[in-house]
Design a protein around this ligand. Structure first.
Ligand code: ADP
Ligand code: ZN
Ligand code: ZN
Length: 737
C-alpha cells in the first residue's frame, strides 16, 4: 500500500491542517493514524468516495517539509512505504490512532526483564511476544497497549493475562512531563588547548560550516586522539552562527560520561534521546525539539529523524558501527547514510568520525567525495603524544595444558592481571562470544545439541542448569547421554562469560570482578550501573562480550586481555574480518588512555592471521588495503552494492519455491546484476519459520532506480504471497548471515 490516500478535511479542521501534521482517518473498518503529505485537488476525488478526516493531532510537532522529503527518500531507497519511513520520524507510540490529542494517559506495554524462557501457550500471546521482541530490538519499547492490539489483534485481557504470567509489564503513563533540571554549563573550552591535528581539523570544518554548503568529512582519529573535543568545538561554532546540530552515537556508548561532556558545554540546549526514555519523556523531547527549545540533539540512530529545524551540523560518531543500521521492522535504514542525505538536502556539514572507518567511508574519502581529516596520534601529555598500547601475543597452540583442562586464561594473562591489582590499576577482559559459546558436545563423537526450531547450537546456562536457544528462547534439560551415540560422554566446550568469571575467581581468589553481557544488562540502566561501578574502582576486572569494547574511557585501565582473538573471524559474512579488526582495535584502545601506559594481551590460536597481525601493529592502512582488494575482486561493497531478499514461511519447501519463482522473475529483468541463491539463510529455521535468501550484487554503474523497479516488478509477477509468508527487502544489508 505504498501510496498516499486522499481524504476530505471537514471545515472545522481547516484552520488546523498543515503539511506534516498527524491525523486520524478511517481506513476500511479501522481507524488509523496518518500524516498529511500533500494538498490534493478537487479532480483527485472524481469517481472516488473519499472519507473525512476524523481528528487532527495538535500534540505532536508538525513534521517539517524537510523531514517529509527525507522520509520519502528513505521509502524509495530502502524500498519500504513512505508511511513506514514517516512513522520512524515520529516518537514511538504515535502510530496508534488514539495516542493523539485526547489521550493524556495511556497504558504502556513493556517486556518483563524476567520473562519466563518458554514461550506462552496461546497463539495470540506468542504473536504478541514476537512483535514485542522485534520492537525491543528496534528500540521502540515501551509501546502503548492500543498499538500492540492494532498490530497483533487480541484484547486488553490477553495483555493482562501475559502480565499475570510474568511476560510483560503494563504501566500507565502520563503524556506530559515537567522539565527535569539540568546541570548548568561551564566553559571548559578555555582549559583545553587544541593540539595541532585538532586545530587543522577544526579549521577545515569551520570553513565548511561558514560556507553554508554541503560538505562531508571523514575524521579518522585513533582512540584517544581527541575526536570528541573536535565535535564539541564544531558544535560551538555552529551554535555561535545560530545553527543547530545532531550528534549520533551508538546506543551502547551513549553513556552518562558521554552525555555529561555535551551537557557541560551546552547545558540545557541539549536534548538526549535514548531507548530507556518513557513515552512521556520522548513526547516531550520531541515537542521541545520541534519547538526549537533544544538546538542540539544527541541520540542513537533514530535521532537522525529528529524534527530539528535546519540542522547545520550532523555528526556521526563511530560511523562504522553496525547498530546504525535498522534490521527490523522497516524502514531498514542506515542512519549514517541518511545523515549524509539530510546534510545534503540542507546544505549542512557532516562529520563521520571513527578510529576504524568503514571501508565504504574510506573509499569515499579516497575518491574525494569526503574530505579526509587525520589524527594519527593520541592527545599529547606534556608535549609528548600518549603512546598506543603495546600488544603482546599468547600463542594458544603452545598452551596444551589449558586446552586439556578446557580453560581460557593463560598464565601470562593471569600474572598481568595480578600485577594490575598490586598497582591498583584495572583490567578489561574481552570474550568475543559469537562463535565462542558455552555449548555442550559429545567428547566421543562430537555431537552438539541443537534447537529443533532454529537449527543453531543450544547454549548452556549454569545458574539454571539448562540449555537455551539464543534465537527463540526455548529451553531444554541437559542430556545425560549423547543424542547420537548414546554414550554418557557429554561435556562442555568453549567458554562463556560465566565460566570465564569462575575460572578467574578460582585462579585469583582475591579478584573483584564485574561481568557485562546480555544476561547482566537486560534490566533498565544496568549497563550504566556496571560502568559506573567500574569507573568508581569497585572492581579490578571488567569482563564481558563486545559491549566492553565500546566507547569506554577509564583512566585506571592499563591492561586489556582478549581471550581468543580469532573468534568472530570465521563467521560466514563478508564483513567478519572488518568487524574483527574494528573490535580488536577498539578494545585495545581502552588500555592506557590517561598518563598510565597501556598493555594488551591477545590470546590466539591463529596469531599469524593477517587481520590479527594488522591489529597488533595498529595498522589501519594495511588492513584497509588488504580488505579493499578482496572486496573489489568479489564485487562486494564498497566495490558494488548489495540487496538481500529474504523469504520466510512455515513450510520449508513452499518458502524455497517462492524464492525460486522470484529468482526466475528477477533474472529476466536484471541481467547486469550478480545473484547468489536462493539458499537457506545462515539461520535457516527461526522461530518455526524457514528462511531462504537471495543476494543481489549490483555493480556501481547500475542505477539504484533500475534495481528498484526490477525488484518491484518481480514482486508483482509472483503475485500476492500466501498468508503468513513474507518477503523482506534489505538494501545495503550490514550482516548477510
Ligand atoms: P576520542 O574521542 O578520539 O577517543 P577524546 O575526545 O575522548 O578522544 O579525548 C580523550 C581525552 O583527552 C579526553 O579526556 C579529552 O578531554 C582529552 N583531550 C582532548 N583533547 C585534548 C587536548 N587538546 N589537550 C588535552 N586534553 C585533551
Ligand atoms: Zn556421541
Ligand atoms: Zn530456537
Amino acid at each position: 500500500m505504498d501510496r498516499p490516500y486522499s481524504y476530505i478535511v471537514p471545515e472545522h479542521f481547516w484552520h488546523l491542517v498543515r503539511l506534516g501534521r498527524r491525523v486520524v482517518v478511517p481506513f476500511g473498518k479501522r481507524k488509523l493514524a496518518g500524516v498529511i503529505v500533500e494538498e490534493g485537488k478537487e479532480e483527485d476525488l472524481k469517481g472516488y468516495a473519499a472519507k473525512e478526516v476524523i481528528d487532527v493531532d495538535m500534540e505532536l510537532p508538525v513534521l517539517p517539509a524537510e523531514i517529509l522529503k527525507l522520509t520519502k527518500w528513505i521509502g524509495q531507497y530502502y524500498m519500504c512505504s513512505w508511511g513506514e519511513a514517516a512513522r520512524a520520524a515520529l516518537p514511538p507510540g504515535s502510530a496508534a490512532p488514539s495516542a493523539g490529542s485526547r489521550a493524556r494517559t495511556v497504558t504502556m506495554v513493556q517486556l518483563n526483564p524476567e520473562a519466563p524462557l518458554n514461550p506462552p501457550t496461546g497463539n495470540r500471546q506468542q504473536a504478541i511476544m514476537e512483535q514485542l521482541r522485534i520492537w525491543d530490538a528496534a528500540e521502540r519499547l515501551p509501546v502503548p497497549q492500543v498499538e500492540v492490539l492494532a498490530e497483533c489483534g487480541g484484547s486488553a485481557t490477553t495483555l493482562q493475562r501475559l502480565e499475570a504470567l510474568g511476560y510483560i509489564e503494563l504501566g500507565v503513563e502520563v503524556m506530559d512531563r515537567s522539565e527535569g533540571s539540568m546541570p548548568s554549563r561551564d566553559s571548559q573550552d578555555k582549559t583545553i588547548v587544541l593540539h595541532e591535528a585538532q586545530e587543522t581539523s577544526i579549521a577545515a570544518i569551520n570553513k565548511q560550516l561558514d560556507s553554508n554548503e554541503f560538505g562531508c568529512f571523514l575524521l579518522h582519529g585513533v582512540t584517544g586522539s581527541g575526536k570528541t573535543e573536535v565535535y564539541l568545538r564544531a558544535l560551538k561554532h555552529a551554535r555561535d552562527a545560530g545553527k543547530t546540530g545532531i550528534v549520533l552515537v551508538p546506543e551502547i556508548s551513549l553513556t552518562p560520561q558521554t552525555v555529561r561532556r555535551f551537557r557541560r558545554r551546552f547545558g540545557d540546549d541539549v536534548a538526549v534521546l535514548h531507548s530507556r526514555m518513557s513515552l512521556g519523556e520522548r513526547y516531550d523531547a520531541w515537542r521541545g525539539i520541534g519547538d526549537g527549545r533544544y538546538p542540539i540533539v544527541i541520540g542513537p540512530r533514530s535521532a537522525i529523524l529528529a524534527p530539528l529545524k535546519r540542522p547545520g551540523l550532523i555528526i556521526v560518531d563511530e560511523e562504522h558501527e553496525a547498530s546504525y543500521k535498522q534490521h527490523d521492522p522497516a524502514p531498514r535504514y542506515n542512519a549514517r547514510d541518511v545523515a549524509i542525505v539530510r546534510a545534503m538536502n540542507n546544505g549542512s556539514t557532516c562529520i563521520l568520525g571513527s578510529a576504524t572507518p568503514s571501508l565504504e567511508s574510506l573509499s569515499n574519502a579516497q575518491s574525494g567525495k569526503y574530505q579526509l581529516l587525520s589524527m594519527p596520534d593520541r592527545v599529547p601529555i606534556n608535549g609528548v603524544p600518549a603512546r598506543l598500547p603495546k600488544i603482546q601475543i599468547v600463542d594458544l597452540r603452545n598452551e596444551k595444558a589449558l586446552f586439556q583442562k578446557k580453560e581460557a586464561l593463560s598464565a601470562r594473562l593471569i600474572e598481568a592481571i595480578e600485577l594490575r591489582m598490586e598497582r591498583k590499576e584495572q583490567t578489561i577482559l574481552l570474550l568475543n562470544r559469537r562463535g565462542f559459546s558455552p555449548v555442550m558436545e559429545c567428547t566421543s563423537c562430537g555431537w552438539v545439541p541443537e534447537c529443533p526450531d532454529c537449527s543453531v547450537s543450544l547454549v548452556y546456562h549454569k545458574p539454571l542448569h539448562h540449555l537455551r536457544c539464543h534465537y527463540c528462547g526455548r529451553t531444554d534439560r541437559v542430556p545425560n547421554v549423547c543424542g547420537s551415540c548414546s554414550l554418557p560422554t557429554m561435556d562442555y566446550a568453549g567458554t562463556g562469560t560465566q565460566r570465564l568469571e569462575e575460572e578467574l575467581q578460582s585462579k585469583i581468589p582475591a579478584v573483584r570482578q564485574l561481568r557485562m553481557d546480555l544476561d547482566t544488562t537486560s534490566g533498565k540502566g544496568s549497563h550504566h550501573t556496571i560502568l559506573d561501578q567500574f569507573g568508581l574502582g569497585m572492581a579490578d576486572v571488567l569482563l564481558g562480550t563486545q559491549m566492553v569494547a565500546k566507547g569506554l574511557d577509564f583512566e585506571k585501565v592499563t591492561l586489556v586481555g582478549i581471550i581468543q582473538a580469532e573468534a568472530g573471524l570465521m563467521l560466514p559474512d563478508i564483513r567478519s574480518e572488518e568487524r574483527s579488526f574494528q573490535l580488536l582495535t577498539q578494545v585495545a584502545g581502552r588500555s592506557g588512555r590517561a598518563n598510565l601506559e597501556g598493555e594488551v594481551i591477545m590470546q590466539s590460536r591463529q596469531p599469524g592471521h593477517p587481520i590479527i597481525q594488522f591489529a597488533i601493529r595498529h595498522d589501519y592502512a594495511g588492513f584497509a588495503k588488504y580488505a579493499l582488494e578482496s572486496r573489489t575482486t568479489l564485487g562486494y561493497p564498497p566495490a558494488g552494492r548489495l540487496v538481500s531478499i529474504t523469504f520466510s514461511g512455515p513450510e520449508d519447501a513452499k518458502t524455497r519455491d517462492l524464492a525460486e519463482r522470484w529468482r526466475s522473475c528477477i533474472d529476466s529483468r536484471l541481467k547486469v546484476v550478480g545473484r547468489l541463491g536462493p539458499s537457506p539463510a545462515f539461520v535457516h529455521k527461526l522461530k518455526n519459520r524457514f528462511r531462504h535468501q537471495i543476494l543481489l550484487k549490483v555493480p556501481l554503474q547500475v542505477p539504484a532506480s533500475h534495481v528498484r523497479s526490477a525488484i518491484f516488478a518481480a514482486n508483482k509477477a509472483i503475485g500476492a504471497l500466501p498468508n503468513t509468508y513474507r518477503l523482506n527487502v534489505d538494501v545495503d544489508p550490514i550482516g548477510i548471515v
